[in-house]
Design a binder for this molecule. Structure first.
Ligand code: GLU
Length: 489
């Protein structure tokens, strides 16, 4: 193979990492790792009005949490540093001069009001608004006049007329754009800072980017970028535009859409397993061969190819996310689940907020680990543990409605009192001892199966369903079990 594959994720530091951005980063990362290439992280921060403080740190943290690592970037450096566009402004200047010298760019002095009037007139004539080219050929006198008025020009790219821009997209195939539909667009602001479409081309070129995998929302930018490559006599990278992610109602998402959790940080805070989220994101718009859906990170790397990226939009399937999360929880160790659940157990008051995990006694720790083990296969996220395991932390049970009639059945008192008496006599509280208690209760009362277990389950937990009964009783402890049995007798 010829040159090494170099791909990049180029977020603007405007907030938390969105699942759409995370998916883009992931596809780039997978492509790099699969092909022994490099994955570069670059911050596109030239629109300073949109930059948000600490957003860079948040983006880095979310990527790292997902297990996506980068070979070059603001924190790790690299041969093409700096990796923050506002620190690269000096690198752009020679390209500005070339475009100007070769007539591919010009300064435009139109004011916002003039441009607005132009747009309004075009619309009144039923035309699609587009920059008229008014400042393309200003005379030296006109320029001097504008300068004297104190106008600060923007730099525009001169879009060639009557041409076609043909993009050979790895996902969408051949996509064509007419240059006549594109007005001369702004490439640098009055302060000289380049706009996205310009800076992205220069950086992708300067950083040796070979493939640009990004969201479909950028497809309309691509012809503009290709025109800049052409004007500078540079080879454009290979493009691959990944489909939009739709919400579960198959609608385009807005940032305010609450039908799904949209930011990676939120999944982290809720105690999802990052490998589950990574696996889920990988299948948003990409699919491996076959029916399988659970893939470890290395397997995803192994399987990833651009030709299996879908053209149609990906729909965010919450059922699938939950199923996948639970599958990963099942595989996770109780230690890990407890670690993730710990802050939530504290926040819900189940564990004292001042009790750090390191200060737990070995019995407390063992007890919590058993609870984590008991419930982990019901969890989407570790934050659900405090509610699921409520019965272990609360003083009294809350009787479920469907449990009441069962407790009123004639044989219940006999079962519960026999069982309670046997519990009272137990010396060593072990699972085996509890198993034996049920056997003895059965022999003594003659009740077995549901008639035996259900009353006990309800008496100790208030519920007709739950996790393993022996373990539940064991973890509740002898005293609590006796108290709860007594309360029903
Ligand atoms: N800064 C752009 C964004 O965040 C990058 C787009 C691209 O990958 O070219 O959307």
């Amino acid at each position: 193979m010829s040159s090494t594959i170099r791909v990049r994720f180029a977020p603007s530091p405007t907030g938390h990492l969105h699942i759409g951005g995370a998916r883009t980063a992931l596809f780039n990362w997978l492509y790099a790792r699969k092909n022994g290439g490099q994955f570069i992280l670059r911050f596109e921060d030239t629109d300073q009005t949109r930059n948000v403080e600490n957003a860079e740190q948040k983006l880095l943290r979310s990527l790292a949490w997902l297990g996506i690592d980068w070979d070059e970037g603001v924190d790790v450096g690299g041969p093409f540093a700096p990796y923050r566009q506002t620190e690269r402004l000096h690198l752009y200047q020679p390209f500005v001069e070339r475009l100007l010298a070769e007539g591919h760019a010009f300064y435009c002095y139109c004011s916002e009001q003039e441009l607005e009037a132009e747009r309004a007139a075009q619309m009144a004539r039923g035309e699609t608004p587009k920059y008229s080219g008014k400042c393309r050929k200003l005379s030296a006198e006109q320029i001097a006049q504008y300068e004297a008025e104190g106008r600060k020009p923007v730099l525009r790219f001169r879009v060639p007329e009557g041409q076609k821009v043909v993009i050979d997209d790895a996902v969408r195939g051949t996509v064509e754009f007419e240059t006549d539909g594109i007005g001369d667009f702004i490439i640098a602001r009055p302060d000289g800072i380049p706009m996205y479409n310009f800076a992205v081309v220069l950086d992708d070129h300067l950083m040796g980017i070979t493939h640009v995998l990004r969201g479909e929302e950028h497809l309309s930018n691509t012809p503009r970028q290709v025109l800049i490559y052409q004007a500078l006599g540079l080879t454009a990278p290979k493009f691959a535009h990944i489909s939009l992610i739709l919400n579960p109602n198959r609608q385009k998402m807005s940032k305010r859409d609450e039908s799904i959790i949209q930011f990676v940080e939120q999944y982290r805070e809720l105690g999802y397993l990052p490998e589950a989220i990574l696996n889920f994101l990988s299948l948003l718009g990409w699919s491996p061969e076959g029916e399988r859906e659970l893939f470890a990170r290395e397997e995803l790397v192994e399987q990833f190819t651009l030709d299996r990226i879908a053209k149609s939009p990906a729909v965010f399937d919450i059922q699938k996310l939950n199923w996948m999360s639970t599958e990963y929880m099942k595989q996770a160790s109780p230690e890990r689940v407890l670690e993730l659940a710990y802050p939530h157990l504290q926040a819900s008051g189940r564990i004292d907020a001042n009790q750090s995990p390191e200060t737990l006694s070995s019995e407390q720790r063992e007890w919590l680990l058993n609870i984590a083990a008991l419930y982990k296969e019901q969890l989407n996220a570790a934050s659900e543990l405090p509610a699921l395991a409520a019965t272990f932390f609360e003083a009294d049970i809350t009787l479920e409605d469907d449990a009441r009639p069962i407790l009123a059945e004639a044989h219940v008192t006999q079962v519960l009192s026999t069982f309670a008496e046997l519990v009272r006599q137990v010396d060593t509280w072990t699972i085996e001892a509890i198993v034996a208690l049920f056997k003895q209760t059965q022999t003594t009362t003659g009740f077995k199966g549901k008639q035996l277990f259900m009353p006990v389950r309800i008496a100790v937990s208030g519920q007709t369903h739950g996790r393993d009964l022996n373990m539940t009783i064991y973890l509740l402890g002898k005293d609590k079990v006796l108290e709860r049995l007594a309360a029903q007798l």
